[in-house]
Design a protein around this ligand. Sequence first.
Ligand code: SF4
Length: 444
Amino acid sequence: MELSTISKTRTAFNDWLNKEAALQSNLLFESFSSEKVIPKDVLPRKLKGDAYAISCYRDETRWSFLDRVCERISKEGSRFLEDPADRDAIEWTNRLKAIRRDVHKAHAFVRFKKTTEEGKEIFIAWHRPQHLTTDLFIRLFCRRFPTMHWMILTADECAHFENGKVQFSKAYEGQSLEIEDHWEENWRTYYSSIYNPARLMVQAMKKEMPQWHWQTMPESSLIPNLIRQSQNKIHTMAQKSQRSASPYIPTFCQSIEKIQESLPQCEGCSLHAHCRVTPGKGNSKASLLFVGEQPGDEEEKRGEPFIGPAGQLLRKTWEEVGGNWNDLYVTNALKHFKYELRGKMRLHKRPGSDEVAACRPWLQKELELISPKVILCLGSTAALSVSGRLWPVERYRGTWLPSAGQSRILLTYHPAALLRAPDQKKQEYERDFKNDLKLALSVA
Ligand code: SF4
């Protein structure tokens, strides 16, 4: 196989730059549109790279276009290339964009297959660039795989990289690359795992991954099937993401008792299947309402919120600051307990934002019916469910959150956070928690 140290496109560009000498020596690599010699030394250095890229544009007019631009530069300077209304400037920019896009696609779509030759590992890829960009896109691979032996075959020329040096040979004429390689299976597995049917837009996908390149990419064989399966998957995902408690709230729900009565029928999210519901409890005319995250193990067993260890700490602190538990209404963002089993133990599991969103209509109904003066959010899940957005506790604890209604919203720690707090932080947490309860009590 005959190898050259310089690519076909670079040789052609050099011939065009030194057309006069090339014509005289009769060693022109490529035929140019005219034999007229345009002074190429007028090309400013900063434009030489772009001119080379444009010479890689797969089009018969590329040399005459470059000649025309050089002729204009020699007469008027290169400023016209910055004029957005100039036809040559527009074409210059468009051709450059097309080349950059082609190089980008090569970086994304070149797929190497591993094989061995005389006992040595060699990685071979077959790629179909739309323009004559082999010499341009291989530069990234040279930098990225400097110690490997690899080849990229294209229908224009082939690049061979070994011992840190790249060389070129003539075009590859095959229509496929028959090398068995387990990497292909990895590509397919990877592609099907990242494939998101909900984001499938066939036109957009074809634009991003043009069909032109499918022939050289192992994962493309999966695409037609994945598209066919998408509709079913989208339907299931949509059903999952649209789960909500709303259909289970009676149309004329005018009392807290009605909520308590209706809650056991709720199937607004999957949590209903694993345990019993724990409704809110307390004074339905309360001026102060506490919202926690979800019932715990103890609460679920007895069907009452805030009676487990964290609830007892809350009750004790509340009494210490002068509050009366019977004046309150207490509830949770989620009315079912989310847990994971560890042996026979049910361990608390943080709810997902989809579950918080699904259960939110119940809490909103409670807030609407009670309309308290102050809502005390115990932790960020409570604040998310009350206000519809995330408020990190470390940052917003002790502050009044914006409220769309009449009630004022205060954020503090969940009492479980105090139980879990490291020893050196415990006192500080307890002091802040107490201050927040005092503040809530004073305003309510
Ligand atoms: S957690 Fe809320 S939305 Fe989910 S089933 Fe229970 S009550 Fe319904």
